[in-house]
Ligand binder design. Structure first.
Ligand SMILES: C[S@@+](CC[C@H](N)C(=O)[O-])C[C@H]1O[C@@H](n2cnc3c(N)ncnc32)[C@H](O)[C@@H]1O
Length: 280
């Protein structure tokens, strides 16, 4: 377990993931009924963009740094503002960048509940500090796939699972697909968002094909490639499959992703993908 999100917090992949996470949560909150948010690979919750780790890579400057204080087209602003409003500071003087747990904590209501798992003990303790002691939040130092298995279906019977592993293990796509299938069998109406990296030979195509031939229905695939994918060097693309997405998510992605392509491009090959892997 060498992965440390502090080096990557606020990069283009976080922008993509956190903007979509916010859109999904906001949609689920349109109903008053309580919901559950399960975050299987939570991280520490809050990231200091002026830390040694963040400064070493500077990745956030080509991510959230390109959105801070930027003038946005109205249609995009309407979609991004609920999330951008959670991020203090400017590109010159960035404040703490909220990770997925903090985004959920800030957005969700008193009737909602959140379950977080983080395997790294130190990070798990830091997550407790980021979130504070709160009745709505349960933090577990354990494997996220085990937590998912134990956590579905939640008593609320509605909600979102975010699976955001570090992809250090060669079989991460297989583990993720298996965990999704098992969870979906127990809770087929839940919404699941699974983040993955796009790398040459990285296995995303196999993962997509596997899901498109499998039993799970309503699987939307969203991807952002900020350059043509390279075999070496830092990550240049990422994706998210969303099972049972809000019915507005495809339309929102059609407004959002082309904007992110233009704003976050790092090369001429920047592009996005919006496709259904399986339908109804
Ligand atoms: C990509 S980061 C998560 C970022 C976070 N979801 C966010 O958006 O702010 C992945 C995290 O998973 C943790 N991790 C690694 N293996 C894990 C496992 N098997 N179960 C739970 N967490 C794990 C790492 O320590 C790391 O903090």
């Amino acid at each position: 377990m060498n992965y440390r999100h502090a080096y990557h917090a606020g990069n283009f992949a976080d922008v993509f993931k956190h903007a979509l996470l916010t859109r999904i949560l906001l949609y689920l909150m349109r109903k008053d009924a309580p919901l559950r948010y399960l975050d299987t690979h939570s991280g520490v919750g809050r990231y200091d963009l002026s830390s040694e780790e963040a400064l070493r890579t500077g990745e956030w400057r080509d991510g959230i740094g390109r959105l801070m204080g930027a003038e946005l087209p109205p249609a995009v602003a309407a979609l991004l503002e609920p999330w951008l409003g959670l991020i203090p500071g400017t590109a010159q003087a960035p404040g703490p960048y909220p990770g997925s747990p903090l985004i959920a904590q800030r957005l969700l209501r008193k009737q909602d509940r959140m379950t977080f798992s983080e395997l790294h003990e130190h990070d798990s303790r830091r997550l407790v500090r980021s979130l504070g002691l709160e009745k709505r939040c349960k933090i577990m130092t354990m494997d996220g796939y085990q937590a998912l298995k134990a956590g579905v279906p939640p008593i609320e019977r509605r909600g979102l699972v975010l699976v955001d592993p570090p992809f250090e293990e060669r079989d991460e796509f297989q583990r993720m697909a298996l965990a999704l299938e098992n969870a979906w069998e127990k809770w087929p109406t839940g919404t699941y968002a699974l983040w993955y990296p796009l790398k040459v030979g990285g296995g995303a195509d196999v993962f997509r094909n596997y899901l498109s031939e499998g039993p799970i229905r309503k699987v939307l695939c969203l991807e952002l490639d900020v350059d043509h994918l390279r075999e070496v060097g830092p990550l240049k693309g990422c994706g998210m499959v969303v099972v049972n997405p809000p019915f507005v998510l495809e339309e929102e992605a059609r407004a959002l992703l082309p904007f992110l392509v233009a704003r976050l491009a790092q090369g001429a090959g920047a592009a996005c993908r919006i496709a259904w892997l399986t339908g109804e």
